[in-house]
Design a protein around this ligand. Structure first.
Ligand SMILES: Cc1cc2nc3c(=O)[nH]c(=O)nc-3n(C[C@H](O)[C@H](O)[C@H](O)COP(=O)(O)OP(=O)(O)OC[C@H]3O[C@@H](n4cnc5c(N)ncnc54)[C@H](O)[C@@H]3O)c2cc1C
Length: 496
């Protein structure tokens, strides 16, 4: 039934576009792979005779090879756009040029060239990776996603700020986002996302992180403003960011810190009223202790009974990730509180490595990518067990097919798979569609992380996505191959 529906949605005009588009794409691609699945080289498109290459994924309850089933709910126009963008993003010269333009002086001043560039970005990368300009557009995006069985995590996509006025504006943006979440069907929204560096000035958070680190080195160091929190550091957490004893916070700094915390508590309150979790993003290690402090102190106030409202984020690429996760979970258990965790690999690898080496210290990131993979899968396994017998919440945020597969199998073994409200898989909007749909087809709750905001505002986010998807071997390899195959299948079905 899905096959005939998808075939019928291709109009003759679109058909013409597809046929002229697929060929150049196919000939420009040579091979693709992922850390998790071995995908054979992309063949040239010969609809008549060549058998399609087989995709081998680890044995699992996920079927990521049946592109027809995976993309059954996606209209051809959307699939074609996705395929075009992912193939463009895989071409290094295109990404280099795009990054050069976006970082150039051209973008700094209002002029017609800038308008043209922004318009081109809007209709290409922005449309693919972002959910809209404002809350109305993101709400529409959630509704569409929900029709295909996925949910949305609303991410008002502001970056860090250094002044209190911008914090106030951002705070209002987050409140509006929660209002939007409240107006949507509860089953279509899994969470609202917040960045602490957008509601409390970065320089102040860095000071707080320094002070927390110094107290970790010297427990007699008094922090009069410090509230109840779970452990933020483990024995192996590197403390090199704070080499000398920091000055205490001034009364003005304490006041601003209080303002930042109050903002977060108001967001927690709004989320509790809307009954939607608030997920706090992780950032770089220089400031992360302050973010964890905000996270845990608000979780202690708002995570009650079996309803974790506040979710923190653990970055598995950090050597101390598992230890810190165990300590925080143990503390939550001891207090009888449910805690929510989003598990990611981590997105600040090169800046972390650069900072550590500039100070003459070892990188806080695992020495090999395999160690990061192992740490991610280990933490995921630990958290799955934790949600199986306690009330914690877990968001497994990953595009990695092997991690998704292993977690799905473990969840099934533990009997916490289908329909479990406290387990969510998540991928960024516009990325890892095959994995999202595969997990959905296996019966899990799956969300797309939906950044939204005006084009100019989300440029830093788009640059990160461009970097992540660049090169033929990037994480989008599986999606590139499967969308291309599904498009050619639909084309064939429409022609014959
Ligand atoms: C829903 C969602 C929310 C997210 N939220 C956050 C967040 O709050 N904070 C944050 O920092 N990131 C966040 N991310 C991004 C995430 O951290 C990753 O950058 C991204 O998802 C890629 O990791 P992956 O699990 O998808 O795995 P893969 O696709 O397998 O990616 C692996 C990548 O890990 C990197 N890597 C990690 N460790 C090493 C190492 N030791 N050596 C070499 N390379 C290494 C490499 O760049 C490699 O490309 C989020 C991602 C998603 C999907």
């Amino acid at each position: 039934m899905a096959a005939s529906t998808t075939t019928r949605v291709i109009s003759p005009k679109l058909l013409k576009h597809i046929s002229s588009f697929i060929r150049p794409l196919v000939t420009s691609s040579s091979s693709t792979s992922s850390s998790s699945s071995s995908i054979s080289a992309i063949p040239s498109l010969n609809l008549a005779t060549k058998p399609e290459p087989t995709i081998t994924t680890p044995p699992s309850i996920l079927d990521l090879s049946d592109h027809q089933k995976l993309f059954a709910t996606l209209p051809s126009r959307k699939l074609l756009h996705a395929s075009l963008i992912l193939h463009m993003a895989a071409m290094n010269p295109v990404v280099d040029l795009g990054m050069w333009v976006m970082n150039s002086k051209l973008m700094g001043v209002d002029n017609i060239v800038r308008d043209l560039i922004l318009s081109a970005v809007r209709h290409s990368f922005y449309e693919h990776f972002c959910a809209g300009e404002d809350t109305v557009e993101v709400a529409n995006c959630v509704k569409k996603l929900n029709e295909s069985g996925l949910r949305g995590m609303l991410d008002f996509s502001v970056e860090f700020t250094v002044d209190n006025d911008a914090c106030d504006r951002n705070f209002q943006g987050f409140l509006d986002t929660i209002e939007t979440a409240k107006s949507l069907s509860p089953s279509s929204v899994s969470a609202v996302v917040v960045k602490i560096t957008a509601i409390c000035p970065l320089n102040l958070l860095e000071r707080v992180a320094d002070l927390l680190r110094w107290q970790e080195k010297d427990p007699s160091f008094n922090l009069p403003w410090k509230q109840n929190t779970f452990p933020i550091f483990s024995e192996s957490t590197p403390l090199y960011h704070t080499l000398k004893k920091p000055e205490p916070l001034t009364p003005e700094e304490e006041q601003h810190l209080l303002l930042g915390q109050q903002k977060l508590l108001k967001l927690c309150q709004a989320c509790a009223e809307a009954n939607v979790p608030l997920v706090i993003d992780a950032e770089h290690t220089k400031v992360q202790p302050a973010i964890d402090y905000f996270t845990y102190s608000s979780a202690i106030k708002y995570n009650k009974d079996d309803n974790p409202i506040v979710y923190g984020t653990i970055q598995a690429y950090l050597k101390d990730a598992k230890e810190r996760l165990l300590l925080a979970t143990k503390a939550a258990d001891k207090m009888g509180l449910p805690m929510g965790f989003k598990l990611v690999r981590g997105a600040y690898m090169s800046s972390e490595r650069k900072l550590a080496s500039s100070l003459g210290y070892q990188s806080p990131i695992h020495n090999s990518i395999q160690q990061t993979h192992d740490c991610y899968n280990d933490c995921a396994s630990f958290l799955l067990e934790a949600i199986a017998d306690r009330s914690h919440g877990l968001i497994l945020a990953t595009h990695n097919v092997e991690s998704g597969t292993l977690a799905a199998k473990k969840a099934e073994e533990l009997g916490i798979g289908n329909g479990n409200q406290r387990l969510e898989f998540a991928q960024l909007y516009g990325m890892a569609e095959a994995l999202s749909f595969g997990l959905r087809n296996a019966g899990f709750q799956v969300s797309k992380y939906l950044p939204f905001g005006p084009v100019e505002m989300v440029i830093p986010y788009l640059l990160r996505r461009a970097e992540e998807n660049r090169g033929l071997l990037s994480a989008s390899g599986l999606d590139r191959e499967l969308t291309r195959k599904e498009l050619s299948r639909r084309l064939k079905a429409a022609m014959f």
